[in-house]
Design a protein around this ligand. Structure first.
Ligand code: GLY
Length: 404
């Protein structure tokens, strides 16, 4: 999937080809996309109230738009009001993000005649629990929110997942507007409708697929990101390059200072939009977005969430890629390209946790069906495939992929 648009490879509905390799009946290999198809610059320039921004339409079961542009956090009220019939809003944010942008967004909502309630929780994955969710839902009931009212998720991935799930559940579903403030949330978690909280047994085990009503990405918010939080966002960007765009990988290789971040955000969202549109519920090509995630989630859980999501994904991608190179499934260049980028963007490529603990933690992976698991494997830079494998194959991947 790449910026270089080539519609020859798409079918009439604009979907990318799925190929099943049946020469190894014990494994189904699904190959999605092609270097020249998606991931391109398919966002349109638009203006709202005379201000330029990018617009990416997401034509899923409940279609919505992602707007990307400088200054959007000041315009949350005016941009969302035409889409929402109720005028009560719950602004959900964490203890890090609220002091930075909470008042600005509240002012903007109030200016558009919303009555705003706030729910602020302690920052970090450790808050992404059923208890925090229940707390939020109880507050929403105490505030007597109705079906026409809305939840606004202001923050990173944890906030988006938690607030999105509360909106999906409250009175069987009310609108959610995603206001991602981290790079990771902008390029990945705020788009596509995955909502969840964690259980002690594993990450994201309770959740729904519920699309947001609107997503507003304001790249200005990235200026306040702590370095480690920004770095974990780059792990997801590198993921997009690895799974579908050699061109993006080459651009990233130039280094953070030379990258047009707003353009990169739009391209990642466009790639995600293309996959989610084909496969809203993550049973087909959308699973490509899980590159590095099965191992990454296990790492996060083993580390008691002291290792961030993007860091876990970086380790997961590196382990899977090294294993694939050693098994002859992937070009050695793929490992070099990935590891160079991980280093350049201050991300880990080795994992401090051993095979046994990771395997145990991966047992509850949602992507597992009995003993079958769908692995996302790189084959060359800019291309990954889906392979149905036995859960026990993970042991070999970890054993071969953990050592440098
Ligand atoms: N974060 C992967 C997905 O939304 O499918």
């Amino acid at each position: 999937m790449d910026g270089n648009q080539n519609h020859d490879t798409e079918d009439k509905k604009g979907r990318f080809p799925l190929e099943s390799r049946m020469d190894h009946p014990e494994e189904t290999v699904i190959q999605v996309g092609n270097e020249k198809s998606a991931g391109g610059r398919t966002s349109c320039e638009t203006t709202r109230g005379g201000v330029p921004m990018k617009r990416i339409a997401v034509p899923v079961s409940q279609p919505y738009e992602v707007l990307v542009g400088s200054g959007l956090l000041e315009r949350v009220g005016e941009l969302s009001a035409p889409l929402l019939s109720g005028r009560r809003a719950v602004l959900v944010s964490d203890s890090n993000v609220w002091p930075l942008y909470g008042q600005q967004v509240t002012d903007s909502l109030q200016k558009a005649d919303f009555r705003v309630e706030r729910f602020i929780f302690e920052a970090g994955e450790k808050s992404k629990t059923p208890q925090t969710l229940l707390d939020l839902l109880n507050h929403m009931a105490e505030w007597e929110l109705g079906r026409a009212d809305s939840v606004f998720a202001l923050g990173g991935g944890v906030t988006g997942d938690l607030a999105g799930l509360a909106a999906a559940l409250y009175q069987r579903g009310i609108s959610c507007v995603q206001l991602p403030t981290s790079l990771l949330a902008m390029v990945d978690s705020s788009v596509g409708g995955k909502t969840a909280v964690d259980l002690p047994k594993g990450k994201n085990l309770v959740g729904t697929f519920t699309q947001p009503r609107l997503v507003l990405c304001d790249p200005d918010a990235l200026a306040t990101l702590p370095a480690r939080v920004e770095a974990e966002g780059w792990a997801e960007v590198i993921k997009y390059g690895m799974l579908g765009s050699r061109e993006l990988l080459d651009e990233l290789a130039a280094g953070r200072e030379d990258v047009d971040v707003e353009d990169v955000i739009c391209r990642c969202i466009t790639m995600k939009r293309d996959l989610v549109t084909q496969d809203e519920r993550d049973t087909g090509p959308r699973q490509l977005l899980n590159f590095g995630h099965t191992i990454g989630h296990a790492v996060e859980r083993c580390a008691g969430y002291g290792i961030y999501h993007g860091e876990g994904v970086a380790m997961g991608m590196a382990i899977m890629t090294r294993a694939c190179v050693r098994q002859g499934l992937c070009t050695p260049q793929c490992r070099t390209v990935l590891e160079d980028l991980l280093e350049r963007y201050h991300l880990p490529k080795t994992c401090p946790i051993g095979v046994e603990r990771l395997l145990e933690a991966a047992r509850m992976d949602k992507k597992r069906r009995g003993d079958a698991i769908t692995l996302v494997q790189p084959s060359q830079p800019g291309r990954c495939i889906l392979r149905k494998a036995d859960y026990r194959d993970l042991a070999q991947i970890l054993e071969e992929g953990i050592p440098l």
